[in-house]
Design a protein around this ligand. Structure first.
Ligand code: NAD
Ligand code: TDX
Length: 345
């Protein structure tokens, strides 16, 4: 897809963590692009995330991606779709998977059907589906040589990952069967501003800011591959503009840390000792290790992370939470990990 042909993107889930960072990123990097932001303002959506956007280039529409009439109307007004909207928290999917199936599978199907209608009427539009590395399942700790590539078989292990894999597979099926112009990204764990306090890093940091302990699941040795959200956004833009139709692109920062290493780094930066760690009952089915091989992004699209250097990315993220207490206090209702788990031993 030619960059110059894209005038307006429909961004779903733009009031959430990554979607809102994408909107800010687009305004900085692509002044000619306009955005329509379709977001249901679920518990995870926050209009404050849109503060600072230039309203002449951004329009917010409160609505559900499962609302076919609304999606049809908005797809009619755009040149391409960046599909971020989702139920995104693994622990919530363990408590109740219904909203995950509805939004992540059925909502994605609605958008695909609307794009199919548009194509049949002669208006083919590209969609980028924001998938996740979690669709690949889990890697063992004793095989550091193994990483997920785009050819690794899908093997989701949480209801969240299964619902994302459902959307992901529907995208590839519609691309194959109907020739829809779909590109898919599978990114590793993001950190950065405006992430909800239910997720590990904001939860840990804001707990410390309130003098509370960090709830660390299990033995703390599970490994995640951390990427700054701005690097995720630059990768999404590269794939949207230059990715090949029907292809999947892995996105990651080669930045693997065990949760214990992550927690120790946070404690060090924030000036606390290990007494602030509270080992708690493990997450059910807790995936041991995620690690992304992003060679295809490097070699085919020339993309490289520029904001994910460690510990700078962690330090700047912690600084954001220190400086935006109003924001995270207004999101505190989202925390579930802390209260839902009992102390171990
Ligand atoms: P988030 O939970 O912060 O935001 C999700 C947004 O989607 C919210 O604004 C919410 O209101 C909106 N939404 C939910 N259901 C909706 C519906 N039915 N209709 C319209 N809007 C709806 O999530 P996030 O962390 O920003 O993740 C964004 C996307 O990136 C998701 O698809 C997620 O699977 C994917 N992803 C996230 C990460 C990560 O580390 N957070 C990593 C890889 C991929
Ligand atoms: O209280 C906690 N204690 C803890 O030890 C929480 C909330 C998490 N953890 C651990 C679980 C994980 O190993 O920290 C790690 C990160 O947890 P989350 O922030 O919940 O992320 P994760 O489950 O890895 O999934 C994230 O990355 C992939 C996003 O939430 C997904 O949306 C994305 O697809």
């Amino acid at each position: 897809m030619e960059e110059s042909l894209l005038q307006t993107y429909l961004v779903t889930g733009g009031a959430g963590f990554i979607g809102s960072n994408m909107l800010h990123f687009l305004q900085r990097e692509r002044p000619g692009v306009r955005t329509i932001n379709l977001d249901a303002l679920a518990y995870s959506g926050n209009l404050r995330n849109l503060d600072g956007l230039d309203g002449s280039r951004h329009r917010f529409v409160k609505g559900d991606i499962c609302d076919r009439a609304l999606v049809t109307e908005l797809v009619g007004q755009c040149d391409g779709v960046l599909h971020f909207a989702a139920e995104s928290h693994v622990d919530r999917s363990i408590q109740d998977s219904s909203p995950f199936i509805r939004t992540n599978v059925l909502g994605t199907q609605v958008i695909l059907d609307v794009l199919l209608d548009a194509k049949r009427s002669g208006a083919s539009k590209r969609m980028l589906y924001v998938s996740t590395d979690e669709v690949y399942g889990s890697l063992p700790l004793d095989r550091p040589d193994l990483k997920f590539t785009e050819r690794t078989p899908i093997d989701p292990r949480s209801p969240y990952a299964a619902s994302k894999a459902g959307g992901d597979l529907l995208c590839s099926a519609y691309a194959h069967t109907h020739g829809l112009d779909i590109v898919t990204t599978r990114c590793s764990n993001n950190l950065g501003p405006r992430q909800l306090t239910e997720k590990a890093i904001p939860l840990f940091v804001t707990n410390l800011l309130q003098g509370k302990q960090i709830p660390l699941y299990g033995d703390g040795l599970n490994v995640r591959d951390w990427l700054h959200v701005d690097d995720h956004c630059s990768a999404v833009l590269a794939v949207m503009e230059r990715g090949r139709a029907g292809e999947v692109y892995n996105i990651g920062g080669d930045n693997e840390r065990s949760n214990l290493e992550l927690v120790r780094a946070i404690l060090g930066i924030m000036g606390h000792g290990e007494s602030m760690i509270r080992y708690v009952e493990d997450r059910l089915g807790h995936d041991r290790r995620y690690a992304i091989d992003a060679t295809k992004m490097h070699e085919e699209l020339g993309w490289r992370p520029t904001r994910s250097a460690w510990p700078d990315a962690l330090e700047s993220t912690i600084r954001w939470y220190r400086e935006n207490e109003d924001w995270w206090r207004s999101n505190d209702h989202a925390k579930i990990g802390n209260s839902a788990r009992s102390k171990k031993g």
